[in-house]
Design a binder for this molecule. Sequence first.
Ligand SMILES: [Zn+2]
Length: 419
Amino acid sequence: MLTLNYRYRIYPDATQEQVLIEWMEICRGAYNYALREIKDWCDSRKCSIDRCSLEKEYILPTSSPFPTEVNQLNNLPKAKKEFPKLSEVPSQVLQQAIKQLHTAWEYFQVRGFGFPRFKKYGQFKSLLFPQFKENPVTNLHIKLPKLGAVPINLHRPIPDGFVVKQVRILRKADRWYALVNIQCDVNVPNPIPCGHPIGVDVGLSNFSATSDGVIVKPPKFFKSLQGKLKLLQRRLSRKLDRSKNYEKQRIKVARCHHQIDNTRKNFHFKQAHALCDAGDLIFMEDLDYRIMAKGMLGKSMLDGGFGQFRTIVKHVCWKRGKFFGEVDARGTSQECPNCGGEVKKDLSIRIHDCPHCFYQTDRDIASGEVIRNRGLALISTAGLAGKETAYADKLPGIDVKNQSRQGSKSRKRTTRKAS
Ligand SMILES: [Zn+2]
């Protein structure tokens, strides 16, 4: 099963926009009500029976059952009789709001932290339409239940053989998007690790450096858009709270954030495709960039969006049938890629100069090479790499044309060794 998400911009007219905002508000109300039920149930069980209930009240009897997903969903029809406003929303969309809460609750149970929170005004930003009887997307419109046709910018067609499963309507700044979830009934073979390997090191002084010696400087828009955002935010802080001018300025700030987000994502996708053009195996560090973002260079770390970049590289590799691997990140900058010896250097030293074997190169390229070496060691220790590549040609569903020349060369070598 192949599932993809395509995002299209949609243009609801003023009345449709009002309806969508109204629906989000109603869903938010349902979400908060359901969360209150869960919280009340938890609070009624928090303090011992013989204690005074100064902090935790026994609102519910101890015998009352936990408000499970099924219970709360079953209570929706009753609630609709009491609050007719609830029936304005398509019932499946309303159910999704409750399901969303319980997904968060389950996740909290597993992780042990992250109790679901009440959503304030404006924090409920999307609606999920989980089921469609027929294809709702045409060239010009997307047809939504109870709302009718909304103009859509179908900037790329939905590929043949794919069926629209779900649609999520999303509001970002003052723009509307439709996230179309499409599925196709095919099996995608896992990419075979063979061909030209590339290790990628990301950082602040260079956005990325590969083991092939390609260095990408951090793009300028990171800084210039930050400046623009700062100006807009300063203007916002001088507006009277909740006034009309405040609202106008708030939208300007939101748009700027949205623009930064889009520009960065576009840049990341271009870089990821460039990596896939250059090699067949892509390796990156398994760093948790959020921890690094807590340090002194936090803002620039976040601005780079390295976590997102890794996710995008992973996705692009998957889409183009390239192999993606994560390697241990410890001390990649302190190791010599040529002889494996330890070379201590702090952040200010930009040149890697090995005292053991006199190998000299740029610091970031050196770490890229170390990452590549570690990645290759990772897949070869699995013991399957040679075997799999030897059989790869005859497997059905694998397009030989897609594999590069280097790929086929190394494959021949492994076969000869094996025979
Ligand atoms: Zn060395």
